[in-house]
Structure formats: C-alpha cells, structure tokens
Design a protein around this ligand. Structure first.
Ligand code: COA
Length: 164
C-alpha cells in the first residue's frame, strides 16, 4: 500500500455524525461510482434509526485525523455477512477505506464475509483486494429502487485468504 499519512479510526456513530453522513451520501459523483441512488432526507434518517438499533448490523463512523469522513458497516443478507463503506469525496485516495476495512475485519470476525461492487468502481475493488477479498464472480444487476443497473463483482473473504 502507499505510504499514507493521517490517522484513521472507527468509532461508534453519534447523533452529530448523521448530518455529515447524510450530506456525503448525496454526492452525485459518489453515487455514480457506487451505482446507488441517494436517500431523501426522511428516508435517510428512518433507515439510519433502524440500522443503528439493529443488533445484526455493525456500523461505525470513520474518522480521519479525528474528523468524521465516512462510515463502514457489516450487515446480513440471506444468511451471509456483507461489508459496505462510504468516504467523503474530498478524502478519497488517502487509503482511508482500505484501513477502515482492515479495522472492521478485526471487529467483525465473521468469515466468509462478502461484498458486492460495481465492476467500474475500481477503487472499491482495490480496497477489497488489498484486504484479502477474492473476486468469485460477476453478474448483471437489473437495478432496484436503491441501486442503478450495472455489472457487479462479487467478492468473498474466507478465513484462509490473507491480505496482500
Ligand atoms: C470507493 C471508495 C470507498 C474508496 O475509498 P478511498 O478511501 O479513496 O480508498 P483508498 O484510498 O483506500 O484506495 C484503495 C486503492 O484504490 C485506489 N483508488 C481509489 N479510488 C480509485 C479510483 N477511482 N480509480 C482507481 N484507483 C482508485 C487507491 O489509489 C488505492 O490504491 P493504492 O493504495 O495502491 O494507492 C470511495 O471512492 C467512496 O466512498 N466512493 C463512494 C461510495 C462507494 O463507492 N462505496 C463502495 C460501494 S461498494
């Protein structure tokens, strides 16, 4: 990995984080990269209230030099555990997501762990691969009310795969 400076830590989400996290999930460039449709404000707060109360979701704010710049979580879908993350655009390319995933994998030791990423989201693919996730396939997603149609890559981290 590049020699990134700046400290990265994961911390529990506090109410003051939500305004920041709402704002960064409205970024059109980030949404285009992730192939996601932003949530309207009321949907956003309803969703976050639900996930912060869920015992099945591990959610953390990502702090860079003490400032909240994103979020990372693990969550179950149909019996599998997935990881997801989001970084404010002004802080892209500083190794923050790579380090945040590394830290989450110590908090949530569920293996295998999975991730689904738009194949064009090269940065996100690299974040996963740097943390030992292996691409296990691709599929065409028709899209939903939350996700745009795209070609997506499926990743898995099994207990025997080590970060590169
Ligand atoms: C994808 C995302 C999480 C990457 O976060 P980040 O903190 O910039 O990632 P990192 O700095 O850890 O980058 C990991 C590697 O990918 C590279 N990279 C990052 N963005 C890239 C891009 N757009 N194109 C090519 N490479 C990229 C970095 O250079 C780094 O490689 P290096 O360590 O060899 O230099 C961030 O762009 C983001 O939040 N996007 C919007 C939401 C999203 O896509 N979430 C993931 C959905 S699956």
């Amino acid at each position: 990995m590049s020699d990134y400076t700046g400290s990265v830590e994961l911390r529990k989400v506090v109410p003051d984080d939500l305004e920041i996290l709402y704002r960064i999930q409205t970024d059109p460039k980030a949404n285009d990269l992730a192939k996601v449709y932003a949530r309207e404000q009321s949907d956003f707060y309803a969703h976050w209230t639900k996930i912060l109360e869920s015992p099945e979701v591990i959610m953390r704010a990502i702090a860079y030099d003490g400032q909240t710049v994103g979020n990372i979580n693990s969550f179950p879908i149909e019996g599998k555990t997935y990881v997801g993350y989001w970084i404010e655009r002004a802080f892209w390319g500083k190794g923050i997501a790579t380090r945040a995933v590394q830290m989450l994998l110590k908090i949530d030791t569920t293996r295998p762990m999975y991730a689904i990423v738009a194949t064009k989201n090269i940065g996100s693919c690299l974040v996963l691969e740097k943390n030992g996730f292996v691409k296990i396939g691709e599929s065409d997603s028709p899209g939903t009310d939350r996700f745009a149609p795209c070609r997506e890559a499926h990743y898995r981290l099994s207990s025997i795969e080590k970060p590169s």
